[in-house]
Design a protein around this ligand. Structure first.
Ligand code: AMP
Ligand code: GLY
Length: 443
C-alpha cells in the first residue's frame, strides 16, 4: 500500500466518502453526506444516472468483487469512510474485508448481517434474547412444513429463510395457500435461500420502521418512518420494495419509543454483544404494533428504501460524522440527532408492471421542480446514448418533500410529481393516508 493511501486512513479526515450501492437509498445518503463542508467528494460504486446530479458526487465503474482492483482504487482516491448500502455485499462479508484493509466502514460484518440474511437465525436470536416477535417454526422439508401447517389452527405466514429481494414472504389466507407457498420455496423458487423456511404466526397491526445507528456498543436512533409496501391504493395488491414513506411516524409517541427501546432495541444490541458481534452500522427494526405491544417482524442490516430517502432530508450536516463515529466505535450514545423541525414524505414512481415484469429504456422528462425542500432521488435510471435520462428499473425514482405538516408535504410531492413524465409511470396517490387529514378520514 502506498504511503499516501495509508495516511488517508489514519487521519481523522472526512474528505472522500465512498458509498456502495445503486439505488435511491444510496443517492439520498450521498445527498445528506455532501452537506458537510469537510466532505470534498462523494464517490458511488456504481450509483445510477441520478448520482452525478448531486453536488460533489461522482460514480466509479469498478467491480466490487475484484478485491485487488477495489483496494487499489480506494487507496488511490484516499477514501476516508465507506458506507455500504445494500444487504448482499454485507452478507458476503465486504465490510469485514475492507476493515481488514484498514478502511473505516459503516456497515456490519457478515456475522451481524445474519440478522437479515437468515430469518431463522434472527428468530432464534430473538427467542434467546426474549425480544417480542411472532411465534415461529424453522422447517427443513416440505413434510415437516405440512405437519405444522396442518396442526395450526390458523393459516401461517411462510418465509424463505435467506435473502429473496423482498419477495420471499407469503401471507396466505388459507392452509391450502400455505402448502403451495411452502412447496414453491422448497421447489427452488429462491434457490439456496429456500433450503429452509420459517413458518410464522400471523400477527396484525400497523407497521413502523425504526433505525438505530450502532457503533458496536452504543447507538442513536434516527427519526421513525412508515413505509407503504403494497402496490395499490388502500394498501391493496402485491408486496413491493416500498411505494412511498413518511417520517417521523406519529404512531410512535415518545413513551412508545421508550418501551420499544427497553424491550427491543437494547436487548438486540446486548444480544449481539453476547454473541461477540460488534455491529457497526444501521439496524433496521421492522416492527408491527399489535394489541399486545410492538413486535419485531424483521431485522435488516441496512437502511430501508424508501424510508432512507424520506429521512435523509431531515438530517443536518453532522450526519456523516455520526456514520464515522459508528465506524470507529466512538459514539457517546448521548448524541442528539439534530433534525429539521419539518416532516418529510416520499412518493415512488414505478415502471408499469412492477413488481412483476416491466419494460425499461423509456425517456424521462423532468419539468419545473421546487428548488427548496424538494428532492428527486433516482432509484432505477440510466443515461441513453445522447445523454438522455431513461427508466432502468421497477422503482424508477422518488420525489421527496419537507414541510410543516403532512398535508402540505404530500400536496407538494404530488404537485411536483406531475412535472415528471415517462411511458407507463405509476404511483400511488394515497401515500401518507394515515397522516393526511383529508385522506385519513376517507380511508
Ligand atoms: P418481511 O420481509 O419479513 O418484512 O415481510 C414482508 C411483509 O410481510 C411485512 O412488512 C409484513 O407486512 C408482512 N409480514 C411478515 N411477517 C408477518 C407476520 N408474522 N404476520 C403478519 N404479517 C407479516
Ligand atoms: N422499505 C422496506 C425495505 O427497505 O426493506
Amino acid at each position: 500500500m502506498s504511503i499516501n493511501s495509508t495516511s488517508s486512513k489514519i487521519f481523522n479526515r472526512l474528505e472522500n466518502i465512498l458509498i456502495i450501492g445503486n439505488g435511491g437509498r444510496e443517492n439520498s445518503l450521498a445527498w445528506a453526506i455532501q452537506k458537510n463542508e469537510l466532505v470534498k467528494k462523494v464517490y458511488l460504486i456504481p450509483g445510477n444516472s441520478g448520482s452525478e446530479r448531486i453536488n460533489k458526487c461522482e460514480r466509479i465503474k469498478i467491480d466490487i468483487n475484484n478485491e485487488i482492483e477495489l483496494v487499489e482504487k480506494l487507496d488511490f482516491l484516499k477514501i476516508d469512510l465507506i458506507v455500504i448500502g445494500p444487504e448482499i455485499p454485507l452478507a458476503n462479508g465486504l465490510a469485514d474485508f475492507l476493515r481488514k484493509k484498514d478502511f473505516k466502514v459503516f456497515g456490519p460484518g457478515k456475522d451481524g448481517a445474519k440478522l437479515e440474511y437468515s430469518k431463522s437465525w434472527a428468530k432464534e436470536f430473538m427467542r434467546e434474547a426474549n425480544i417480542p416477535t411472532a411465534n415461529f417454526w424453522k422447517v427443513n422439508s416440505l413434510e415437516e412444513a405440512k405437519n405444522i401447517i396442518h396442526t395450526s389452527p390458523m393459516p401461517l405466514v411462510v418465509k424463505a429463510d435467506g435473502l429473496a429481494s423482498g419477495k420471499g414472504v407469503f401471507i396466505p389466507d388459507s392452509k391450502d395457500e400455505c402448502f403451495r407457498a411452502a412447496e414453491l420455496i422448497f421447489n427452488g423458487k429462491f434457490g439456496k435461500s429456500g433450503n429452509s423456511i420459517v413458518l410464522e404466526e400471523k400477527i396484525q397491526g400497523p407497521e413502523v420502521s425504526v433505525f438505530a445507528l450502532c457503533d458496536g456498543q452504543k447507538y442513536v436512533l434516527l427519526p421513525t418512518a412508515q413505509d407503504h409496501k403494497r402496490l395499490n391504493e388502500k394498501d391493496k395488491g402485491p408486496n413491493t420494495g416500498g411505494m412511498g414513506a413518511y417520517s417521523p411516524a406519529p404512531l410512535l409517541t415518545e413513551d412508545n419509543l421508550d418501551k420499544i427501546t427497553k424491550e427491543i432495541i437494547k436487548p438486540t444490541i446486548d444480544g449481539l454483544n453476547r454473541k461477540n458481534i460488534t455491529y457497526k452500522g444501521v439496524i433496521y427494526f421492522g416492527l408491527m404494533i399489535t394489541e399486545s405491544g410492538a413486535k419485531v417482524i424483521e431485522y435488516n442490516c441496512r437502511f430501508g428504501d424508501p424510508e432512507c430517502q424520506t429521512i435523509m432530508p431531515l438530517m443536518d450536516k453532522n450526519f456523516v460524522s455520526l456514520l464515522e463515529k459508528c465506524s470507529m466505535g466512538n459514539l457517546t450514545g448521548d448524541e442528539k440527532i439534530s433534525t429539521s423541525d419539518k416532516v418529510s414524505g416520499c412518493v415512488i414512481a414505478t415502471s408499469k408492471g412492477y413488481p412483476n415484469e416491466y419494460k425499461t429504456g423509456f425517456p424521462i422528462t423532468i419539468g419545473k421542480i421546487d428548488s427548496i425542500d424538494c428532492q428527486i432521488f433516482d432509484s432505477g435510471t440510466a443515461t441513453g446514448k445522447n445523454g438522455e435520462l431513461l427508466t432502468d428499473g421497477g422503482r424508477v425514482l422518488s420525489i421527496v418533500c419537507q414541510d410543516k405538516d403532512f398535508d402540505m408535504v404530500f400536496e407538494r410531492a404530488y404537485k411536483n410529481l406531475k412535472e415528471i413524465k415517462f411511458d407507463g409511470i405509476y404511483f400511488r396517490n394515497d401515500i401518507g393516508h394515515q397522516v393526511r387529514k383529508k385522506l385519513s378520514t376517507e380511508n
